[in-house]
Design a protein around this ligand. Sequence first.
Ligand code: F6P
Length: 515
Amino acid sequence: MSAALRCDKAPSWAKLQAHYDSKGRSLDLREAFASDAGRFTALSQEAPHVFGDLSKNLIDAPTEALLMTLARECGLEAHRAAMFAGEHINNTEDRAVLHTLLRAPADASSTDDKLRDVHTTLDAMLKYADQVRADHTITDVVNIGIGGSDLGPQMAVLALEAFVARGKRFHFVSNVDGHELAGVLKGLAPEHTMFLIASKTFTTAETMTNAISAKRWFEQSSRLDVSKHFAALTTNVKAAKDFGIDTTFGFWDWVGGRYSLWSAIGLPIALAIGSDGFRRLLAGAHAMDEHFRTAPLEQNLPVRLGLLDVWYRNFHRFTSRSIAPYHSALKRVPAYLQQLEMESNGKQVDADGQPLPYGTSPVLWGEPGTNGQHAYFQMLHQGTDVTPLEFVAVRDASHDLEGHHNKLLANALAQAQALMQGKADAGGHKNFPGNRPSTFFVFEKLTPEALGAFLAMYEHRVFTSGALWGINSFDQWGVELGKVLAKDIEPRLASGDTSGLDASTAGLLERLRPV
Ligand code: F6P
């Protein structure tokens, strides 16, 4: 790992604690705004396609200055350079971390083989996408994949629905629960369907189970050629071939699953919004990569956010963060970001395997506004825990229904205002403590560029907090144990063998066994 120091070993760590104890913990947002006319300007940040207002957070200039020093002491810049240079910062899997290369523009003069391979595959995949888009016999596209091979494409196809060509329906099957696949298959005709089997490893149990069932359904309900209706998106070309798929778009081990929507895994997105749309998504992400790579830390939106996350998690000790996209097309963004942040930074040891004495990933959760307002915002306003909230609002609507959009935006602004200001004049049950922090993101329009930039911003924010925490944000060993145990339990459901199981698992297995 190239981070010079873990955050708790850096000199500024103790200074931040002292600053928190003396002033930081009691910062009052209302007073901070009243005493500093420049607060909004100083604590907001323009970045490509995304404007971020951090001014309603429990920070001020001295706090940010200390956090910046901490970042420098920890070697954040060197770690960032190491990622972009392709060093094996995913040390436990001995891999580079180069999802940024997937969005780098083609450069004929470059000698980088990886960049050339990226563009060769991208060009082939986009050509295929445009062909399938033009093929009006294909009306349904079914993506079979899970985790990073599902959440990104699913979220983006929905988010960019205003750009999706009519005439094709998109389905996402991820769960091994057969109800999901059966429900989708019910509405399909094989001759009009294209299946995409999306799996980095092409071994994931859920995806393989669904892929086998989909192929069986296809072969039983038609005499059509599997190879014309199935394509694979994977790093494991051989396994896809053995499965009987000829059309494969590959990617590489240096693309993590949760960072893979920019690779061949993004084919459903390209099918939905076309090759131009997909290139615009990549361009937006690339613009944010450049911002992250080159802007001084003090004016670097992902860095400022990542440092705020460290301040909240380790000094205020907030355990969760909520996100409320005020745009219904961004419905699946919270689920996507959950994997991005919690699979990346939900770690208890540092990159060298040493136990960490401080908290890492917060719980990330949320629903679109205004829906959340009528469900759990009660707790955000009056609960005993403070949960920083993130608003995402889009200036221009992509519908023309009168009155709706201003109502929506007014609600986002009002909620952020209410959280901060509170209302002390009515006591007891009607008291709002206020001083509750929030961040507010604005896009001018929900375009492929804006979405790409926003997602890249989040990736780099997670990188920043992960780097300070000294963890490897790019492995996910925590998903392994359950997979192994499920393999042991599955045959027991058929045989009834409970030997060696704990009493609870044995008792539940008995109840769940088919009668
Ligand atoms: O189980 C977790 C995980 O490994 C994720 O990291 C990944 O996105 C998902 O499974 C799917 O993996 P694959 O693309 O190899 O099927």
